[in-house]
Design a binder for this molecule. Structure first.
Ligand code: GLN
Length: 211
């Protein structure tokens, strides 16, 4: 099947640390799966984000990512474009940054929450558990996907208009508000591209708004 979007959809991946190339690769494969031409872009500066219809905030260390968002000048632009013409996908540390609040105060950790997903996160939810594990998670509208958890947060409460997409016995692990998606786990570390496909549809939607 040929794609129905003529120009490639530019999708940024915040390139500070973490699984940046894995996300870029997952976006490419997701595009092939649904017939959407995708141009993944490594984003480090506001100039890199120009023309991007979406931005992935990958996992890593939320303190480091938060610092870069501020020092690069990207933070105000992301905040201004969110929910208008920029789709966002936060995985793990990226989800923490999208939240409105954190169970244990994060200000002293030099983390500034973006407050784009109405929820509280517990950064240390899996702290005393095994550091990393893989399991299958049923995601609303997407299906059951393999999920890799690495020192993962959990979402403790969610309020409207943010919606719960997936819940495990340990808590909520995927949420969405409009074109903003967040998962506590790393979908880019598995071969399954369905969450990236869902995100690409949100990006294509954002691109239409901008166009
Ligand atoms: N525990 C990390 C943090 O709080 C997140 C871990 C991850 O992104 N894999 O920033």
């Amino acid at each position: 099947m040929q794609g129905h979007v003529a120009a490639p959809v530019k999708v940024g991946v915040l390139a500070v640390q973490g699984a940046v190339s894995e996300h870029m690769d997952a976006l490419r494969r997701a595009g092939e799966a649904i017939g959407v031409a995708v141009e993944p872009v490594a984003v480090r500066t506001p100039a890199d984000l120009v023309g991007c219809a979406g931005l992935v905030l990958p996992g890593g260390e939320s303190t480091t990512i938060s610092r870069l968002l501020r020092s690069s000048g990207l933070q105000p632009i992301v905040l201004a474009r969110a929910n208008q013409d920029l789709a966002l996908f936060g995985t793990c540390a990226g989800l923490i940054l999208l939240a409105t609040s954190a169970k244990h105060d994060v200000a002293d950790k030099d983390i500034e929450l973006l407050g784009l997903l109405d929820c509280e996160v517990d950064r240390n939810a899996f702290g005393r558990q095994k550091d990393s594990f893989e399991s299958a998670v049923a995601v609303e509208g997407v299906g059951t996907v393999p999920a890799v958890f690495i020192r993962a947060p959990v979402v403790t409460t969610v309020s409207e208009p943010t919606q719960v997409l997936a819940k495990t016995e340990r808590g909520i692990v995927a949420i969405q508000k409009g074109r903003i998606l967040g998962t506590a786990f790393h979908p880019e570390l598995t071969g399954d591209t369905r969450l990236h496909e869902a995100f690409l549809r949100l990006c294509a939607d954002a691109a239409r708004t901008a166009g």
